[in-house]
Structures are given as structure tokens and as C-alpha cells.
Design a protein around this ligand. Sequence first.
Ligand SMILES: Cc1cc2nc3c(=O)[nH]c(=O)nc-3n(C[C@H](O)[C@H](O)[C@H](O)COP(=O)(O)OP(=O)(O)OC[C@H]3O[C@@H](n4cnc5c(N)ncnc54)[C@H](O)[C@@H]3O)c2cc1C
Length: 609
Amino acid sequence: MGKDGITRRDFLNGTRIAIGATLMAPWSKLLADDVVLPADYYPPAKTGLRGNHNGSWEVMHARVRGQTWPVGAPEEQYDLIVVGGGISGLSAARFYRQRKADARILILDNHDDFGGHAKRNEFPINGQTRIGYGGTESIDTPSAYSEPAKRTLIEIGIDTKKFYEAFDQTLYAKLGLARAIVFDQENFGQQKLVTGYGKRPWEEFARLAPFNEQARKDFVRIQTEQTDYLPGLSREQRYEKLRRISYEAFLREYCKVDPQLLEFWRKWGISFWCVGIDQIPCTLIHDYDGGMPGLDHTLPRYHSRGDEPYIFHFPDGNASLARLLVRALIPAAMPGNTMEDVVTTRADYSQLDRKGSPVRIRLNSTAVNVRHTADNKAVDVTYVNGGKPHTVRTARCIMACYNMAIPYIIPDLPDSQKKGLAYGVKVPLTYTKVLVPNWRPFAELKMDFVYYTKDFYKQVELDYPVTIGKYKRSQTPDEPMILHMCYVHHDTVHKGPELWREGRRRLLATPFSVFESHVKDQLNQALSSAGFDADRDIKAITVNRWSHGYAYEPNLIWEPDYASEAEKPWVIGRQPFGRIAIANSDSAAQADTNAAITQAFRAVQEVAG
Ligand SMILES: Cc1cc2nc3c(=O)[nH]c(=O)nc-3n(C[C@H](O)[C@H](O)[C@H](O)COP(=O)(O)OP(=O)(O)OC[C@H]3O[C@@H](n4cnc5c(N)ncnc54)[C@H](O)[C@@H]3O)c2cc1C
């Protein structure tokens, strides 16, 4: 009996299949009995602490602390075992099946749901279901995807052009909504909500803001000036210089703004890079949010997304993409056949791990040991489910899990490779979803996004307005809405990846009640002047706690330059090891869907031969 009352078949007491020393293809004729989840098993409907939920991380943490489990005689055999059921792992299984149509595949994941960061949150209200994204939200800039990733989207049924219709790009602007700021007491002398950031004339906004006199002048100056702070330098020279200067240093040393403004923008990009502006190079942050004050006339925009808007969003974010991948692998688990119907179809979890199914997804299962057999003709994968170890054998294995955990799972790897894998510290962050019965206070206060200069949650925003298939966006401010709130730990003591290690420690130690009290307090701060009452108006909260969130990206201020591609730690880390290949967005050091799919493609090429 698991924590959630889920009974899983105990292989040790069930029918054990004797497996001879010599493996005969097709291996997976020798499959264990069904491992069927109950019909009412439905994790998207859970609220409370989700993401890296309790029950998902304890086994791996025990492994890191030194615990081991016995490698038993193999209970089942497969052609491919994929460790990690995120977009990369699911894509790897699909690519492999494209190359070997009769391959039998097992996907293991330590969570109670598939998709990795691509998670779906559902909330019932007024006889309808509102759908939210628990992690990865959008297919960002699909035109820049690799060829295998583009092809994947098309083959699983996603036509990105349809989002131009589905996503209402003007809804909030037509209602006159804009960004608002909650200034904090510590830095600004009073807690104050000021609306209309970017909409009101800058002088007017500055007048309303609780800035000191110098900060007020400097704010207007850098929002409106046309100053080139690096005259005489070529475009390349500017780029080279500014990629080594943090935005904080630029504001302080070049724009010479009052220190209060450093606190104003301190956490501006923190939901994206998960560090303060003292760690973000000017070249990066300038591409965020339509450009940053002070930089406009100094640095030409380099990496603009061009004409492609940020609209490629299913109501559950990229969970729909994961669900479409599951549909491609196990059609019975995801009824329907279009990108529209996948949004509202109910996944049948009891179909995920069926005996006889060519592809099986086994949830609640943490891989703790992966090693080649003595004759190197196969790989034994030991995983823990319901507290018990199980060993399964496979001809090939793809590790699509967190790369930093792989050295503990495959102790036989060379030390240099282990070092490369360990380099990419995962970045912790939290997406909290809050169900409210209406969004009238936002409409009345004319805001769709609130930035908090110094508080637990960095922001609250209205949901992306997407209507797709039978799912309709919240049509008017009188209808229910899922608010999105983002929390990233920040302090001024820890720098670089140490900040993320500290953030992870804190995240895992923070109970739901603390998230809840910050949600209530911060929503009251922003909305109570329009009649909002957190105790009355919050109907549900789901905290998607990603202690192992974004893949490490080597673009922040501390990253050294590498002489060649081959010297990059993540490239060293992702090298194939016998019958084992390494995928996941971590292996590209790039936290996005494109990387997750592209790395899966590479890994399959490496193992499929
Ligand atoms: C909050 C958040 C928002 C994001 N937003 C976007 C976005 O808008 N657009 C975008 O493109 N990308 C976004 N990303 C990046 C996202 O990580 C990637 O796009 C992609 O979903 C990663 O997929 P993956 O399969 O590589 O990794 P993951 O999704 O992390 O999947 C790996 C899986 O392996 C499992 N695993 C780990 N260890 C083990 C083990 N020992 N045994 C079994 N299973 C294990 C993990 O638990 C996980 O389920 C976001 C990420 C986060 C956290």
C-alpha cells in the first residue's frame, strides 16, 4: 500500500519468471504480470504539494547518502529501458520504436505521474474543470527547434499555427490590464501597490512609486534616455564586454542609478534564470521582457525571438505534449486523436503498465542501480517501488533522468564522466497555482501581472488565455481563474550554483502551510483594495515544487569559456557508456523542450546502432 492508497503488485510474491543466463530475442515475451494502477488513479487532480512531491525523491536521496539495494535476478526483460518519463524519456521511447518497430520498452519514473516537468494540474469548480500547468508552460520559439524536434511535434499531432487562433493575444490589453508592482517596506519605506508599469507615462509611474527623490529621477532618466554607455565600441566589442557585466553592475557603474533602483529590479528575471540581477549578464537580460532600461541604446538586441510570439501554450502547458507522446506510445492510455481533444481527454493510468503492451510506463519507480551484465551483453536496471527493489534486464538503456544523479546510479562510469554529469546543478523553482472564483479584482485594478520587489513569491499573474478544443479560457472577469505564482529562493549570501543548492535545501524543508500563508498574504497585498479576501476567495492551491527544476544553463556571469565543445562538462557527461546512452535536457545544458527531444534523438542513435 503506497502513501496514496495505491496498491502495486509485489513481484517478489507474485509470479516470478525464471530467466536463463542467455537472453533470446524477443526478450520481452518474458514479461511479468500486469502492474495495473487502479481505475481512479488520477494524479492531475491532486492539490497540495506536487512537482517533486513527497514520495518521489526520498529513495534517490537515500542512494546519494550511500544506501544500496541488492541487484536481484531479472524479473522482466526488455529491448530498451528508459530511466525518466519526462519529455526526453518519452521521446526516446518513441524514436526507438520508429527505428525498431517491434521493440519492447519499459519507462521508469520516480513520480506518481508521467511527463517530468510537463505536469498537469486540474481544479473542479462550478461543475467545470479548470486546467493549469504545473511545470513547463510553452513551446518556446518552435521555429528554432531542431529537425527531429520539429518532426516530433508534427508527428504527434501538434500544428503550432493553431495557437495563433487559440491564444487570445489581446484579451488582457483590450481590458486595459498591465503590470503592477508591490513595493516592499524594507527597501522603499512602505508597502505599496502601484499599477500601470509600462502603461502610464514613466513620470507618472515614478510619482506614484515610493522611490526616494534621486531614485525617482534616475528611474525616469533611464526609462526615457537615449544614452549609449559604450560609445566608440563596435557591436562585437559591446557584446563581449556586456556578456561579462551583470545588469546590476551596469546599472550601478554605467547608468549610475540610485541604489534603490537596484533593489527595484533585483528579482526581475528570477523566474527565468533563478538568480538576482547581480548574476545575469546584460547580454542575456536585455533579451528578456522586451529589453531592459539603460541598455536600449548601448546594446543591439541579439537573440530576439523575431516575429514568433510567446503563444504556443496548451492550458496544461507542455503536459499536453507529454500526453501526446504517451498517446503515440500507448494509445489506450490517452483516448482521442487530435491536439484539441488531448486537452480535455481523461488519461487512463490503468493502461500505462500492462503486460503484453509493447511500451510500459512504470510510475513510482526510482532507478537506483544500472550496470552492465558480466558478459556485457545486457544491462540490469534495479529500481525501488513501494520500498522494494526490483531488477529488470534490457538490451539497451537510456538515462533520461536528472544527469546529476547518474553517477550514483551508474557507479561504474569513469570519474571524468561522473564529474561532467555532476557539474550541471539542477535549478530549483516553484510554480504555485491558485484557484479563485473570479478575477474581478484584477480587472478593477487594471492589472494582469504583479511583481513583488521583495517577497516570497516574485509574481502573480493571470492564466494565459487559451481556448482549444472543448476547453474555453476564462471568458470574463466573473469566471473562475487559475492564478500563477512563482517562487525562487533568493539571498545575497550564496552565489552561483550554491544559491540553487541552498534553494533546494530550503524548498524541501518548506511545508505546504508556509506556501499557503505567503499566497494568502501576497494576494491580499495586491488585491484587497478591490475587495479580495484570501480566506474567502481562494478555492484551492497546488504548489508545484521543483527542487530539481530547470537544466543548468551555462550562460550566467560565472561560467568560464571553453576551448572546444568537447571540453564542456555536460558534453563529457553525456558520452555513451557501453549499452547505455544519456539523454534529458540536462545533457544539452539547455532547459527546454527542444533540448529534451533533440537529446533523446541523439541518445537513440547512439544505442540503436
Ligand atoms: C517550472 C518549469 C518551467 C519550465 N518551463 C518551460 C517552458 O515553458 N518551455 C520549455 O521548453 N521548457 C520549460 N522548462 C524546462 C523543462 O525542464 C524542459 O522543457 C523539459 O520538459 C525537460 O524534460 P526532460 O525529460 O529532459 O526532464 P524532466 O522533465 O526533468 O524528466 C526527467 C524525469 O526523470 C525522472 N527521474 C529522475 N531520477 C530518476 C530515477 N533515479 N529513476 C526514475 N526516474 C527518475 C524525473 O523525476 C523526471 O520525471 C521548464 C522547467 C520547469 C521546472
